[in-house]
Design a protein around this ligand. Structure first.
Ligand SMILES: [Zn+2]
Length: 322
């Protein structure tokens, strides 16, 4: 998709500035106007873009500044969902769990305005991440459809409309985020079908981001998913999964997670170069996209920026050596 060899990119999220979180709280208490909130989002996205450009990222996203998290943000804009109160996920992290209470249908844009806004801010290539229908349903209650499978496929049709709207707006690279897939490997067929429905007729380069799982339970079956690229978290598990991917011909491009998002330790340029080279054990360099393991939102912006900078420097140096 990108002409450059070893293009660098992000998975999606970036740390929200502390001042933005403060304003979001004020806005939810109705003590801040929509207008002020809107300009705060706009300013934070400009800062993210600047950070990414300074770090040297080739294919950008806006850091998901407007997304509260990866399920309710979408559910709120799709007919048929209702949002319940907060549910505890882990530690002291909560999210507002959606419930499917009626027939799911497309209401309005989910990501198109984010894309248009970003397009106006940078000349760089853009990747649009969107949560996959399988994960959204898995992380929601289902009070309407007879089976989970029915709900997933109905939502996949909605996501398909959104992806087509994105392409019509000019998007050329779309990533489906499906972290729930490895948690139910017995439902891999449902997930596969959902991606097929979601991407049907979508004329863009597509990727599938899967993190936090045992890839040996998904591979090689995941090669049958109808996307151009598979994006994996690899640094966090010290690249042990490379051996799994070597067992079968890796027939897609790979998004190669080469920086750990679960540690504040900043990997050196040399260390990341060594990490990226491990990808060449699976596919040839021209099929490798360089990115962090996952979204960076749980780190500080200083650490995130340093990790991205070193990652991009590593890719640059490697390009010169290939
Ligand atoms: Zn992830």
């Amino acid at each position: 998709m990108n002409d450059k060899i070893l293009p660098t990119t992000v998975v999606g999220s970036y740390p929200k500035p502390r001042w933005l979180n403060h304003l979001i709280r004020e806005h939810s208490d109705s003590s801040l106007s929509d207008e002020v909130m809107e300009s705060a989002y706009s300013d934070s996205i400009k800062a993210v873009v600047k950070d990414h450009e300074l770090a040297g990222v080739d294919i950008l996203w806006d850091g998901e500044m407007r997304r509260e998290e990866m399920t309710s943000y979408f559910a709120e804009h799709i007919n048929g969902f209702s949002i319940y109160g907060e549910v505890r996920v882990w530690g002291n992290n909560y999210y507002r769990k959606p419930s499917i209470v009626d027939e799911l249908s497309y209401r309005d844009e989910l990501t198109v305005s984010e894309y248009r806004n970003l397009r106006g801010l940078t000349e760089h290539d853009i990747k649009v991440p969107i949560t996959g229908p399988y994960t959204i349903v898995d992380w929601s209650f289902n009070e309407h459809y007879r089976t989970k499978e029915d709900a997933v496929y109905a939502l996949a049709e909605v996501i398909n409309q959104e992806l087509k709207a994105l392409v019509a707006a000019g998007a050329s690279f779309i990533q489906i985020d499906d972290p729930a897939i490895p948690t139910h490997v017995d439902e891999l067929e449902i997930a596969r079908n959902s991606v097929e429905i979601a991407t049907k007729g979508v004329k863009a380069y597509t990727g599938l981001h899967i993190c936090y799982g045992d890839y040996s339970k998904l591979y090689p079956q995941v090669l049958d998913f109808s996307v151009d690229q598979l994006d994996f978290e690899l640094a966090n598990k010290s690249f042990q999964d490379i051996s799994i991917f070597r067992e079968h011909d890796f027939t897609k491009d790979i998004g190669f997670g080469c920086v750990d998002v679960h540690t504040r330790r900043i990997e050196s340029v040399d260390e990341i170069k060594g990490n990226i080279k491990k990808a060449f054990e699976i596919v040839e360099p021209k099929r490798v996209y360089v990115d962090p393991d996952c979204g960076l939102k749980l780190l500080s912006s200083q650490v995130s920026f340093q990790k991205l900078s070193n990652m991009c420097a590593a890719a640059r140096e490697l390009r010169g050596e290939l």
